[in-house]
Write a protein that binds this ligand. Structure first.
Ligand code: HXC
Length: 519
């Protein structure tokens, strides 16, 4: 064969590989409203930046006549490219080839890019669309999964790992995404479960649809497994690009500070009136967040799960930050099991990747009740406390309204090494709300008063006395627990300045193998 013929042959073989499982399977993929593995990568990365690895890999299985069924690439497209000119590694499972099922060689391809990503310090994005372990291969496929799991674990906290679920993801296969930092699911075409509806029916007798068992809605709102739910793959791929804007390439780098034309001293007069006078009237904390951040932008994470706490990314004068905020609009912003777990994970992610944390506090306390206690609120609340207390990134806390009891301590208070703790004049930093406090302190007297009218009068007087003493930020400020009481409209300026001050912060925790966070 002449060199020219060899080159022609290469082009032909590449074209064959590009087709994956063939035109028919591609059409079937499209008919389900799904893109192919390669189309997804094209959409995700900067144009023309993708460099593919291992296009010529095929499986080594000889069971069930598999030696005659070899497809170039073996069901997963892997390689690297750029997003906004920053390196990323990608694997994209190809459902058109053996249902995207994972073989020994398929796993090796994924491991190769994960190893490279660790060596060069770049994020890994995994696009999942697979029938799980390649049934014909048996145990080598299980070993392949475990090789990936181990790499997910070692990469955790070193490079960002993002999982998109754009099709089936079932059985033990779910544990690779579960070990990564963020999971995204498409609303109609994706599902994740450890055991599918058929097994559920056999074992428990329960009749349940795929969607109700492990669809995007369930995982985005009930289980909290998924951080983002998107309507389409295109929306999801654009969201991954956006998410990466807030993240550094690895744990040894800082997130990139971008140009910003939104002035740091932009006064937001509306903030002075956003919090209702009556502490029992809710308001939407998102409005406050958007009034503070650059261009009012906020990328919310876990939007539909544990809505009583808000987590997400934003920028302050170009500096990416993680925002954690109680949401008075949902369950009065109370801390419960789900909210504590959600926020704790987010705080730890931010800390691992050098992203400063801004905490906006309006919390009436922990949710009371036997359900919460038997569900282990003690341990779960401790997670959030632990995460904040352990974090060494810059931490700026703004107490907006209620900051009561244990929840006050948990929400990045001064003694958990909050760097800058500011309060609005509307802040109430106390052991508990006035009404509850008086009911405890004056319980006996309240019982003794026979007339309702007199009891109410007594209650009102005592409440006023308590509020004067405790329902304000000045007691905490007098003790230095609050660094300053600030005008709400000036908050953006104070945060920007604080971030600037803390940019060179260096705090190191005591040396240890690892901490023992309450799990
Ligand atoms: C080999 C598989 C496969 C698998 C699908 N295919 N899953 N081949 N191993 N796990 C093949 C099918 O035979 C078919 O091949 C093609 O992929 C497309 O599959 P269809 O069934 O036609 O597609 P669809 O109707 O869309 O259904 C998709 C599906 C279904 C729901 C994923 O294929 C399915 O239930 N697959 C098996 C799922 C499963 O039980 N996997 C093992 C889980 S246990 P042809 O040649 O006909 O086109 C596991 C353990 C991991 O994963 C443990 C890790 C620790």
């Amino acid at each position: 064969m002449s060199t020219q013929d060899k080159i022609k042959n290469l082009i032909k073989v590449r074209e064959e590989a590009y087709l994956g499982g063939g035109q028919k399977k591609i059409e079937s993929q499209h008919s389900k409203g799904k893109l192919t593995a390669r189309e997804r990568i094209e959409e995700l990365l900067d144009e023309g930046s993708f460099e593919e690895f291992d296009m010529f890999v095929t499986h080594r299985c000889t069971n069930f006549g598999m030696e005659k069924k070899k497809i170039l690439g073996d069901g997963v497209v892997t390689g690297y490219g750029t997003i906004d000119n920053r390196k990323v590694f990608v694997f994209s499972q190809d459902f058109t080839v053996f249902g995207g099922s994972l073989s020994e060689t398929f796993a090796q391809k994924i491991c190769k890019i994960m190893d490279k990503a660790m060596e060069v310090g770049a994020p890994v994005i995994g696009i999942n669309d697979s029938g799980g372990a390649r049934i014909q291969e048996g145990v080598t496929s299980l070993a392949g999964y475990a090789e990936i799991f181990e790499r997910n674990i070692l990469a955790s906290g070193v490079i960002p790992q993002i999982s998109a679920i754009f099709g089936p993801c079932a059985g033990g296969a779910v544990y690779s995404p579960a070990l990564t930092d963020f999971i995204m699911m498409t609303e109609d075409n994706s599902y994740m479960f450890v055991t599918g509806p058929k097994v559920v029916k056999t074992v428990t007798g329960e009749d349940i649809t795929t969607e109700d068992l492990g669809g995007a809605k369930v995982h985005a709102s009930k289980s909290g497994v998924s951080h983002f739910m998107v309507e389409s793959e295109n929306e999801g791929l654009m969201l991954i690009r956006k998410l990466l804007e807030y993240l550094p390439q690895n744990n040894l780098e800082d997130p990139i500070v971008t140009e910003c034309t939104d002035p740091i001293d932009r006064m937001e007069d509306a903030l002075n009136t956003m919090v209702p006078e009556n502490p029992n009237i809710p308001y939407d904390m998102i409005d406050i967040i958007e009034a503070l951040t650059d261009y009012g932008e906020f990328l919310e994470v876990h939007r539909n799960y544990a809505k009583n706490i808000i987590t997400g990314f934003a920028k302050f004068h170009g500096q990416p930050v993680a925002i954690i905020a109680n949401q008075p609009n949902y369950l009065a912003g109370v801390l419960d099991i789900d909210a504590s777990r959600k926020a704790a994970r987010f705080v730890r992610f931010a800390d691992a990747f050098n992203i400063p944390i801004i905490t906006l506090v309006d919390v009436p306390g922990f949710l009371p009740g036997s359900g919460q206690e038997s569900g282990g609120i003690i341990i779960h609340g401790a997670k959030l406390m632990f995460a904040y207390g352990e974090a060494t990134v810059p931490k700026i806390t703004i107490s907006i309204r209620k900051s009561y009891g244990g929840a006050h301590d948990v929400m990045s208070c001064k003694q958990l090494r909050g760097d800058l703790n500011y309060a609005w004049p509307s802040a109430e930093i106390a052991v508990m709300g006035a009404k509850g406090a008086i009911e405890v302190l004056e319980g006996r007297k309240l019982k003794e008063i026979e007339s309702d009218e007199e009891r109410e009068k007594f209650m009102a007087e005592k409440q006023e006395e308590y509020e004067k003493e405790f329902s304000n930020p000045y007691k905490a400020a007098a003790l230095g627990y609050i660094d300053d009481v600030i005008e709400p409209r000036n908050t953006r300026f104070r945060i920007c300045r604080g971030l600037d001050l803390l940019a060179t912060k260096k705090v190191v925790n005591p040396p240890k193998k690892h901490s023992n966070i309450p799990l």
